[in-house]
Design a protein around this ligand. Sequence first.
Ligand code: MEV
Length: 428
Amino acid sequence: MSSRLPGFYTLSLEERLWRIAEQAKLSDEARQALNPQGGLSTSQADHMIENVIGIYGMPLGVATNFMINGFELVIPMAVEEPSVVAGASFMAKLVRQGGGFHAESDEPHMIAQIQLLDVPDMQAASHALIRRKPEILALAHKVDAVIAELGGGARDMEVFNFEKTAVGPMLVVHLIYDTRDAMGANALNTAAESIAPLLEEISGGRAHLKILSNLADRRLARANCRVPCEALAFDDFEGARVRDGIIEAWALAEADPYRAATHNKGIMNGIDAVLIATGNDWRAVEAGAHAYAARSGRYASLSRWWADEDGDLRGELEMPMAVGIVGGATQVHPTAKACLAVLGVKSARELAEIVVSVGLAQNLAALRSLATEGIQRGHMSLHARQVAIAAGAKGDQVTRLAKQMASEGNVRLDRAKQLLQQDRGKVD
Ligand code: MEV
């Protein structure tokens, strides 16, 4: 299978769906779940959350051209923002010229926190907790027989002493738990709750919060890529100028939190889109990403860009990636299941490696635009399509109106309505 799908965007929506379904050898059920008329049913939705009144639709596209660790991948992305899918696909094409993305990930070790208050002797309690670690871990391990059977479960425990907080001293126990192919929130929270009474008994304190940490810094995923300098050249922009412009843009994100927030948002454009498509908890990954970006005490860029000794552009991205391919919406939501089938991933780690690669591609897309022609040019033509649709344009009209507004540099709803009126006048 190849993720190079030249002219894919020129096909009709139905043709694209058939092409992907055929290529990924999807079952009829999975293909149906990707069909705009299929997907999540109201009765399924009604079981997922409370007070359901409907289903919220979202465009689902596929990013093409990706090669990650030598594998060709077509990547489902659910996102409402124009340019994201096109940007990722285009950058994946450039990165292919440098051998594709290389990605790796840590073991799926998550952290659950148990807060201990009113501890009579903090030092003695810390020592006692550490001494009885095997017993505590054994208890936590028993909580999820399925995860334990699959080789996961409790791995380690740490104790932190917060001498001064707004409510006085407290101990915080970190339970390190291997969640295997699950994101693991349920297993972690249950494990934290189940060991809390024992921690109280050992410490003499009162267990208050028992909850996972979204700063999943033991479950990092990292991707890197190389883009040959000459592959970066386009129009009047020489490759070296584009490369240096990208590095200069990254340097600002590294130095300044105001820029870092936007820079990292661009990374999350790609990451969230894959997480949503695959039914993962994107708020959890968002929270972890930003906390990790601030780990030095100053919020900074999650990625790094530099020139190597051959003058080629190099990039890398490392961040927490708490994702799953079992449990939660990944298995309840039919479209999420179908998207996982399109990816063909066999483990949560494989998914994490794909997601972080897409984040790096998305970052490159934004920096390349910003460092050269500016973000608006590419954005405008797609934005113009949305404005044309909002004004009521249908079929061919959408492209015609969008083109005209973009060429006038006047992409506004009132202008779209005016053009539509003129159009209607011609037809009548
Ligand atoms: C827009 O959704 C994302 C960008 O602002 C990211 C960036 O500035 O790097 C283009």
